[in-house]
Design a binder for this molecule. Structure first.
Ligand code: PHE
Length: 460
């Protein structure tokens, strides 16, 4: 297959099929981008780091770093049209460098699997919280009662394990069905549903009586509360939320039709992802303020603080259920992106069908996931380097592997690929191309390297 597709011949096609339209691709990348990172992580990070000031820095990072890196990933993916490992090998060679660039692709694929192993566990919590919200357990509950619900649930490895298993099963199911019948069908339904649910919740929060307070918290910058660490957190979050640095966007780019504009598509996805993160903040903070709760609660904001807020309000059972369904959908479409690179790789490198590959990759991730499941109960006392197994996985993937992957991918697109190749993918060497190249050659790598070095402790 490789010889047939040597450079300069008929346009390459992907073995896995293609998105049926530009919209399908936009929905797929948006689905991958919008996840627990937007609805669970972004509001708590903003809450801890001065609200508006954090939001401002985050926006800057999304557009200045996120946009050029996303364009780099898509253009590499579409040019290679294979899984990230094979694409990096092929282009490395074709651009007169080395096939060894495949190791960057390999690292990206492995990063995705590690992230999915713990992402699926937290996603399982959201499934369990759909059921808990429906049961009415939060109605009128005290803070201690809400916390007890969370602790008794996460304390039971069997309950967390079942939820994780269920979430992996539905993810495997969709990926097994393929690009058009699986991924595309799922995102076509779930991404619009997610936006609709978000708007319903926004209506609810506008009526909470404290919308103004929440709005002000999100948009009036309090720079005193933003530390240097907060700036770094904003950069890291921009990266994580756009699913960059681990080959998801590259794999999805491989299925992108030739004529679609990479620049405008990236812009739409980034705007949609950012809008949803902001809307999540505008849903969550008014509810938090309406109930006199603490916005800088941290990671417990969604599972601890929010059910408490819903429990005190009229219609709380209904809206809490909607909220956790929304979160589960968001996590589901992200999980597809986390799994696709490895499945595409296995299909291309073995004679297995996609369904077999999805079950094998999913089974592996599922078993690794038990490291995280047990981190909250049986093995919570087991500490290594950064803490529990989950703490280590989270730290290594988010702070080391994603920045490193993103940095190398961007360097490849902007420094290793020749100008003509990237200009070709970006629709010619006009002003847009020149701005991309400037950002991708200088601004993004320096900024990412900075986060990375800071995260691993080299820059204090
Ligand atoms: N972007 C997703 C989120 O915000 C997480 C993710 C990272 C998904 C990398 C796919 C790849 O939750």
């Amino acid at each position: 297959m490789q010889q047939q597709e040597a450079a300069g011949q008929a346009p390459r096609t992907s073995l896995h099929g293609h998105w049926s339209s530009r919209l399908a691709f936009i929905l797929a990348v948006t689905g991958s981008a919008v996840g627990l990172g937007n609805i669970w992580k972004f509001p708590y990070l903003a809450g801890q780091n001065g609200g508006g000031a954090f939001v401002l820095v985050y926006l800057l990072c999304v557009f200045v770093i996120g946009m050029p890196v996303m364009m780099s990933e898509i253009l590499i993916g579409r040019r290679g049209r294979r899984n990230p490992v094979a694409t990096m090998a092929l282009l490395g060679e074709e651009e007169g460098h080395s096939r060894r660039w495949q190791w960057v692709g390999a690292m990206a694929v492995v990063t995705g699997l590690f992230i999915l192993s713990y992402y699926s566990v937290v996603a399982g919590w959201t499934l369990a919280y759909v059921q808990k919200s429906m049961s009415g357990v939060f109605v009128g509950a005290s803070p201690a009662q809400v916390s007890a619900v969370f602790e008794s649930f996460t304390g039971s490895w069997a309950q967390v394990g079942i939820a994780h298993t269920l979430f992996m099963a539905v993810t495997i199911f969709v990926v097994a069905r393929g690009v058009e019948r699986g991924l595309e069908q799922a995102v076509k339904f779930m991404v619009p549903a997610l936006i609709l649910l978000m708007l319903i919740l926004l209506g609810y929060s506008i009526n909470s009586g404290s919308f103004g307070l929440g709005f002000k918290f999100m948009f009036s910058p309090n720079f005193a509360a933003l530390s240097w660490d907060g700036v770094l957190a904003a950069m890291g979050q921009a990266f994580f939320t756009l699913s960059l640095g681990m080959g998801a966007v590259m794999a999805y780019g491989a299925y992108l039709p030739e004529e679609t504009s990479i620049t405008s598509t990236s812009a739409v996805v980034i705007l949609a992802d950012t809008a949803i993160a902001i809307l999540a903040g505008l849903v969550i903070f008014p509810l938090v303020f309406a109930n006199g709760l603490n916005p800088s609660e941290g990671p417990g904001l969604v599972f601890d603080t929010l059910p408490l807020a819903f429990g005190q309000m009229r219609g709380g059972v209904f809206f809490a259920t909607i909220f956790f369904v929304l979160l589960a959908f968001a996590a589901w479409t992200s999980a597809l992106g986390l799994m696709e690179p490895a499945v595409a790789w296995l299909v291309e490198h073995s004679h297995r069908t996609r369904a077999q590959a999805a079950v094998m990759v999913g089974g592996l991730v599922w078993s690794v996931g038990f490291g995280t499941v047990l981190s909250f109960n049986a093995l919570s006392g087991f500490r290594l380097l950064r803490g529990t197994i989950y703490d280590n996985l989270d730290y290594i993937t988010s702070n080391v592997m994603l920045p490193l992957g993103g940095l190398l991918i961007t360097i490849f697109a902007a420094w290793v690929m020749c100008r003509n190749s990237s200009a070709d993918e970006l629709g010619g060497a006009g002003a847009i191309f020149k701005s991309w190249r400037f950002l991708a050659r200088y601004v993004a790598p320096v900024a990412i390297a900075f986060i990375f070095l800071r995260a691993v402790g080299v820059l204090g």
